[in-house]
Ligand binder design. Structure first.
Ligand code: ADP
Ligand code: ADP
Length: 229
């Protein structure tokens, strides 16, 4: 069984007398432990989909099965539990606490989680052991993003959602960050969804879902994802 199964997911927004269909009948499946990229231009509906997968929003219709459970039917309370226990988030602008070191930023996340991963092991996983005592301002953009990935992974999430994680980085650094996300996913069997508008970054995924104008335009499975040098 697929870890994620989205079936005809639709999200409409109604503002006054203006109706926007942000997601229209989206259907796709994601295998556990795979890295999926969602590619599409601005306004295509990517953030709406990510918010729904993360339990921050609920579709107007359709099913969103996560490990066999339809989160589209969850109450607000169930969604909060789902968000806290099952989902890790990585954003474009890192959102690190500036007056805490890299290690302390990761510790903070692990302290509020029951089944947290070991902090030092997680820092090692993202290649940051040597920089663990640095504050965010003393780290490069790529390093700050690796702290943010470690913070998300320390929570031991089933699902890691990344919103333009390479958006603030140059292509080379972005590729390295993608590689860190992929290695962490393989090591921890975490399913990863990455939203991007960068097609060069998107094609590094195991599966590329292209969204345009609220709909799935194509799904490409990469049996041999483009190797990252
Ligand atoms: P993307 O992330 O691909 O840029 P979004 O999911 O943010 O796209 O937006 C898709 C469409 O839905 C856009 O037309 C956007 O204006 C609209 N939309 C998103 N959120 C809301 C909202 N809360 N209220 C009304 N319209 C929204
Ligand atoms: P808390 O306030 O205790 O962190 P929440 O339910 O607000 O609990 O958040 C649970 C998780 O969801 C956190 O990891 C948080 O970072 C993430 N989260 C909450 N709201 C958003 C949002 N709008 N966008 C992205 N991530 C969010």
């Amino acid at each position: 069984m697929a870890y994620i199964e989205v079936i005809k997911e639709t999200r409409e927004f109604q503002n006054g007398n203006q109706r926007t269909v942000a997601n229209r009948d989206l259907s796709f499946e994601v295998a556990q432990g795979s890295v999926v990229t969602i590619l599409g231009p601005s306004g295509a509906g990517k953030s709406t989909l990510l918010n729904i997968l993360g339990g921050m929003d609920t579709p107007t219709s359709g099913q969103v099965l996560i490990d066999g459970e339809d989160i589209a039917q969850f109450s607000a309370k169930q969604l909060t539990t789902y968000r806290r226990q099952a989902v890790g988030f990585v954003f474009q602008f890192y959102n690190l606490v500036p007056n805490l070191t890299a290690r302390e930023n990761v510790e903070l996340a692990s302290q509020i989680t029951k089944d947290a991963r070991d902090v030092d092991e997680t820092l090692k996983l993202v290649g940051l052991t040597a920089r663990a005592g640095n504050f965010p301002a003393q780290l490069s953009g790529g390093e700050q993003q690796r702290v943010a990935i470690a913070r998300a992974v320390a929570k031991n999430p089933k699902l890691l959602l990344c919103d333009e994680p390479t958006g603030a980085l140059d292509y080379r650094t972005g590729k390295q960050v993608l590689q860190v996300i992929q290695a962490a996913a393989r090591e921890t069997q975490t399913t990863v969804i990455i939203v991007t508008h960068n097609s060069a970054i998107a094609k590094l995924g195991d599966q590329v879902i292209r969204i345009n104008d609220a709909q799935v335009q194509s799904i490409v499975h990469n049996d041999h994802p483009t190797p990252i040098e």
